[in-house]
Design a protein around this ligand. Structure first.
Ligand code: C5P
Length: 404
């Protein structure tokens, strides 16, 4: 997450009664860390699960629990609090509160605030699985969706009551991701995006291999940004130690050949292919079945290498190729190699890392190579840069009317 991702955003965070209130402490921390201001409002039931003092300390603002709060000069907190908001987020949203919202009831501060709003409303349900499955709840949720309310989750799994099923509140990180995603422009809505990321690992024997330096951070940040932009994202990752971005489908591979095969399987119905992976150019011809041992005469092992398939070039050659974007990391002369590589791989856009020192870092500086020339982008953290790049890619897509 970029520290300024939600800078300038003002959220009303409404808590209703449920044990998942404990998750809202962490959610508040994540939101404020990302630069959002958070105004907490709580139903009376919510104060049974977490105190207003805790929520005040975490949000850095006074917490409102009553519609008769004398701290608001005109005594209209339901109007004043919602007017400043870019969105209202109800988390956790109880069965009862969803029912109230669906029926337009307004008998406490939070429900009145919701009905008086002129901003988007997001709800994050949390309840026992039977309560969630109850036809009345399902009817209410369907009504809320029809009214334009965004319903985030619920998750499935073990519940506080000991039962297992649908109804758990999304974890704080997932809730944060869904909120951050909500604020991003949907420039890739309806698009299918395939991304490769990380290095590949080419075995020499069962315990050794050769690989490329790549943390996978840039590719994963792009997958997250494309998902936030409304795309359906499939990420094919080499061996990396990174969490899958929220809402992204991930497939793990080891070798270049496996990455190639996975891409070729998935590429048919894609609109955009972004090859960020640092694919090993060569693999050994015969991988030793057993660990290669040191010998008494200290004879060095020797290997014969064969070339791996160029995944990007292969995709760009397909009859109905998606819009292809390549990456390049060079140790020098990027100006020359960037354009030469773009033309050789036959892709409309190639993103060149300005310097190999980008490996593993959280920020990056890149230049865009395309037929019309080169554009340098300012150095930025990889999260922000990925969002910028997604915007740049969206602007260059051939024809939006061709979305199937
Ligand atoms: O040829 P080079 O490795 O420098 O090209 C880098 C670009 O090509 C990246 O986009 C990388 O993901 C892609 N590539 C590939 N398959 C390979 C080698 C590179 O898709 N075997």
């Amino acid at each position: 997450m970029a520290t300024s991702e939600l800078a300038g955003k003002h959220l009303v965070l409404g808590l209703t009664g449920g044990i998942a209130c404990y998750k809202i402490a962490e959610l508040t921390r994540l939101l404020t860390k990302a630069g959002a201001t958070v105004q907490v409002a709580m139903t009376e039931a919510a104060t049974q699960f977490i105190t207003p003092v805790t929520m005040q300390a975490l949000s850095g603002r006074p917490v409102y629990t009553s519609q008769w709060d004398a701290r608001i000069a005109n005594n209209m907190p339901h109007i004043d609090l919602s007017r400043e908001a870019d969105a209202i987020v109800i988390a956790p949203a109880s069965t009862d509160f969803l029912a109230k919202l669906a029926h337009g009831m307004a008998d406490d501060l939070l429900s009145t605030l919701c009905i008086a709003r002129d901003c988007p409303l997001l709800v994050v349900p949390a309840m026992n699985r039977q309560m969630w499955q109850n036809p009345a709840t399902q009817r209410n949720v369907a009504q809320l969706r029809a009214d334009g309310v965004l319903v985030l989750g619920p998750d499935s799994g073990a519940q506080a009551c000991g039962e297992v099923g649908d109804g758990r509140m999304l974890e704080p990180e997932a809730t944060y991701e869904a909120i951050a995603s909500f604020f991003q422009p949907k420039v890739l809505a309806g698009r299918r995006v395939l991304i490769t990321a990380g290095p590949t690992f080419e075995p020499l024997d069962p315990v050794r291999g050769i690989t490329n330096r790549s943390s996978g951070k840039m590719g994963f940040a792009l997958a997250r940004a494309a998902q936030q932009a409304g795309a359906d994202v499939r990420l094919i990752a080499g061996p990396v130690a990174l969490e899958t971005p929220w809402g992204v489908y991930r497939e793990d591979v080891q070798t270049a050949q496996q990455m190639h095969d996975a891409v070729m399987q998935a590429v048919a119905d894609c609109d955009i292919f972004i090859a960020v992976a640092a694919v090993a150019d060569w693999r050994v011809d015969h991988v030793s079945e057993h660990k290669i041992k040191k010998t008494a005469d200290r004879k060095m092992p020797s290997f014969t290498f064969v070339e791996n398939p160029d995944i990007l070039a292969a995709v760009a050659k397909l009859p109905h190729a998606p819009f292809c974007v390549g990456f390049a990391a060079e140790s020098g002369d990027l100006d020359v190699h960037g354009e030469e590589k773009r033309v050789r791989k036959n892709v409309p856009l190639l993103i060149g890392n300005l310097g190999p020192q980008t490996f593993g870092r959280d920020d990056n500086e890149v230049a865009l190579f395309e037929a019309g020339g080169v554009t340098k982008l300012p150095r930025a953290d990889k999260t922000t840069l990925a969002q910028t790049l997604v915007g740049e890619i969206a602007r260059r897509l051939p024809d939006t009317s061709l979305i199937s």
